[in-house]
Design a binder for this molecule. Structure first.
Ligand SMILES: [Zn+2]
Length: 84
């Protein structure tokens, strides 16, 4: 069970609670973008062949990304919906 004082929690409850996430391969949010970070632990996502995470959970439009580990840890607290 995740504690409310987990180091990864900042103010994400204000903007990530109850959202729908899609499990997918990382793709850039825009063409002039090259990476994103997990909203919680700040792990880096990049497209292949870069050395970073290549898969995770994203909101519609690939705007926000969460790594698998953080997603598992926080999904109950944040009441997320998952589309795979
Ligand atoms: Zn993470």
């Amino acid at each position: 069970m995740i504690e409310q004082n987990d180091w990864r929690l900042t103010n994400q409850l204000k903007y990530l609670k109850g959202l729908t996430f899609y499990r997918k391969t990382y793709t850039k949010y825009r063409d002039d973008w090259d990476h994103d970070h997990c909203e919680f632990c700040w792990a880096k996502f990049m497209e292949q062949p870069h050395d970073a995470l290549h898969e995770g959970f994203a909101t519609e439009g690939n705007y926000r990304w969460i790594c698998k580990e953080c997603f598992e840890d926080f999904k109950d607290m944040f009441e997320w919906n998952v589309v795979s």
